[in-house]
Design a protein around this ligand. Structure first.
Ligand SMILES: [Zn+2]
Length: 311
């Protein structure tokens, strides 16, 4: 159990999160499921997952995210693995705890919940009651297993994201609200990453009622992060953060090269700190090298100890 991130943010200090667990799994040989992404890795590759979490911790991450982005029951059911709901999520959380133990670092474990439909197919959502029940089931299980906080990821609409946030808010753990957006066709407006018809402001207004502890701009292309931080700041005065997307699926089942090197991400991150961000990390495509570069930025920013130096 770690609450260091709360104390640091209250003091206006920087908190580092991890990078892309799914993309790192791919880099290390795991093939993502088209329906549940990295969700099934917890069943088959728990040790690899622990290694990845530990590498992010050693790079400087102070909050690591469980591999439960694609493990709500309806997502697992779409991949024919619904009956393993509990086992898969238990293994995902255990992998994160094992990395914390192995490194001896004071890190928080964030239970990830998303509301992206299986294979990004909007027709694959179950009926609203089932969908809401499945988010509640996941949030309650993550809390029961002992995660320190819940992180809502890929929030980008005012319907499915509301259901996910509502479910997460009920369990009483601190919530991080992760908004995923991109620049719209006009090059200025901010819209849902996968839903260009939904303005970021609409999503944000619908989700702030769940009283997050932190609002992050995540899985968002680097060029959209600064405007998104400004948009968030116009409606929200609490802690903000950024962990952008750096790669995407490659046709061969792998990943494209990251759009920013560790040094490139560090350069952007310095501007995000100037814009008020106090949580930094990476999403898809961000490796432990990227997180290490962010650690240097944090140190250079006068933040004396972004995390105890792990073993
Ligand atoms: Zn991502």
């Amino acid at each position: 159990m770690s609450a260091s991130w709360q104390r640091k943010l209250a003091d206006g200090r920087i908190v580092l999160v991890d990078g892309g667990t799914g993309s790192e799994l791919v880099r290390r040989g795991f093939r993502l499921s088209e329906l549940a992404w990295s969700g099934l890795a917890s069943a088959s590759n728990q040790h690899l997952l622990t290694e990845i979490h530990a590498d992010f911790i050693r790079a400087g991450a102070e909050v690591i995210t469980t591999n439960t982005f694609g493990t709500a029951r309806f997502v697992l059911e779409s991949a024919g693995r619904g009956s393993e709901f509990r086992a898969i999520n238990e293994r995902a959380v255990r992998a994160a705890f094992a990395a914390r133990e192995a490194t001896g670092a004071d890190v928080a474990v964030a239970g990830s919940i998303s509301c992206v439909p299986p294979g990004l197919d909007l027709d694959a959502y179950p009926d609203p009651d089932t969908e809401a029940r499945d988010y509640r089931e996941l949030a309650e299980l993550l809390a029961e297993l002992g995660v320190d906080l819940l992180v809502l990821e890929m929030m980008q609409d005012d319907e499915h994201a509301v259901r996910a946030c509502e479910a997460a808010a009920r369990v009483g753990l601190p919530l991080w609200l992760g908004l995923s957006c991109r620049l719209g066709a006009d090059g200025r407006s901010l819209v849902g990453f996968d839903y260009p018809e939904i303005p970021l402001e609409t999503t944000l207004a619908a989700l702030l009622v769940f009283e997050p502890a932190v609002v992050t701009v995540m899985h968002t292309p680097p060029e959209a992060v600064e405007p998104a931080l400004a948009a968030v700041g116009s409606l929200w005065s609490g802690p903000v953060g950024a962990y952008p997307v750096l790669d995407t699926d490659a046709p061969d089942g792998g990943r494209t090269p990251p759009v920013l090197s560790p040094a490139g991400l560090a350069e952007h991150a310095a501007r995000w700190l100037d814009a008020g961000a106090r949580v930094l990390g990476g999403c898809c495509g961000a490796s432990p090298h990227h997180i290490r570069a962010l650690r240097e930025v944090a140190l250079g920013y006068g933040d004396g100890s972004p995390g105890d130096q792990p073993r």
